[in-house]
Ligand binder design. Sequence first.
Ligand code: MSP
Length: 506
Amino acid sequence: MATKYFTTPIYYVNDRPHIGHAYTSLATDVMARWARLSGEEVFFLTGTDEHGQKVEKAAQDAGMDPQGFTDRVSQHFRDLAATMGFSNDDFIRTTEPRHKAACQALWEELVRRDEIYLGHYEGWYAVRDEAFYGPDETEERDGKRFAPTGAPVEWVREPSYFFRLSKWGPWLLDFYRENPDFIAPASRRNEVMRFVEGGLQDLSISRTSFTWGIPVPGDPAHVMYVWLDALTNYITAAGYPDTSAERWRFWPADVHVVGKDIVRFHAIYWPAFLQAAGLAPPRRVFAHGWWTNEGQKISKSLGNVIDPVTLVEEYGLDPVRYFLLREVPFGSDGDFSRLALIGRLNGELADTLGNLANRTLSLIQRNCGGALPAAAEAAEGDAELISGLGSLPARVGGHLARQEFHLALEAILAEARAANGYITLQAPWALKKTDPVRMAVVLRHLHTALRVFATVLQPFMPGTMAAMLDQLGVPAEGRGLDALAVPLPEGTALPPPAPLFRKVEA
Ligand code: MSP
């Protein structure tokens, strides 16, 4: 069986989860669900990033010890996964023993291969980004220094171990050229390539000025740099260092889904660490854009943080899942607006999809006694609809393989609009008296259309599409992509339909 491994970033536990975290994990969840629907064996990983200065400081501010603090905040991310319906197969925390063991094993392997040396770091560090910045990368404003991300930087001077990143530059450039799909979208790929072409410095990979981290083997005065620790989570969960572990067959990861803010760590440091340790680099890193709220940057100080739990309470889980992936091309920045959300829910879910289901299923109930009409050949007038439906799953799959969620949904919606045009044109309600045989054929084609839509939409709206498939009389074993080739038997009893989507007042 083909395997697929998808990951989200592991989230810092300095604060409660917000819409940005939900968005990254949602996209990953849809890919994982689609792969399962295609019959692939999937490992979907998410989790929390619990070490480092930023988390240590957040714990101090909360007046708690770091472990107690991370236990508490990490739970919020687990709760979010449940609220959002994420189908992750594992949830990793970097404070777990399995992760400490993996990080230390990776470190020792890098030492064995002479990829690490002891030196001294002197330079800028931004705790908010947990990142080192070069002298010409920072900027002074009002007597304070800032990173290009806007994070304040501080001057750090301490003994440090270094990873020989500089020597991996040429290899990385070859790797990007040989694997043009490794970084997406293309704008991010160019950005990364320009950065590597500019020359890489060796990377400081340990800290001595605080203790909340994984001790460096043999030199516990040092804790590992939090990004080396964090990135390693992707192999920890696959069983590393035990490369005979059952889970190891999932490595290398198929897609690391990340926000655009952390693409450098994933597309430069991570493949270099892995290659240096003799491990395969991941196949792809996809960097999505950032959400603003009604045109404004989302920030705690502006008080406009969007809580995904509140949104779900207000609009329902599946409408929110749909909207987040429908509204904005994955990879671009997007604006969250309630009006846009309501417009899509009413226009696309309730009016287009919901209405089609309701009209079709009510007619089958009323005019056919709730028994599914026989499958029929496509006659003139049906052919266009039927051929569009036939190619839809492959088109959706193609879009999802490129993380084009909005195009996948647009393709489904275009077919749903076509089916609405078809029902209006064929007017099966009028055929009951004039041509009941043709009426049955039309209703069966519409049923087929709904089955295709519900099947391919399952990854996006699992709960609502399960209800729709129930109403369509599709048994549990008939819900995979392959099962679409097997028509439901004539006479299948359909339960009375109920509305799948409700309209929302603007
Ligand atoms: N801990 C690191 C990742 C380590 S992965 C080995 C980290 N964590 S984070 O909690 O700060 O955020 C991670 C991700 O949250 C970002 O990459 C991005 O995917 C998502 N987002 C945070 N704010 C966001 C928006 N406003 N909009 C969209 N996504 C954003 O970085």
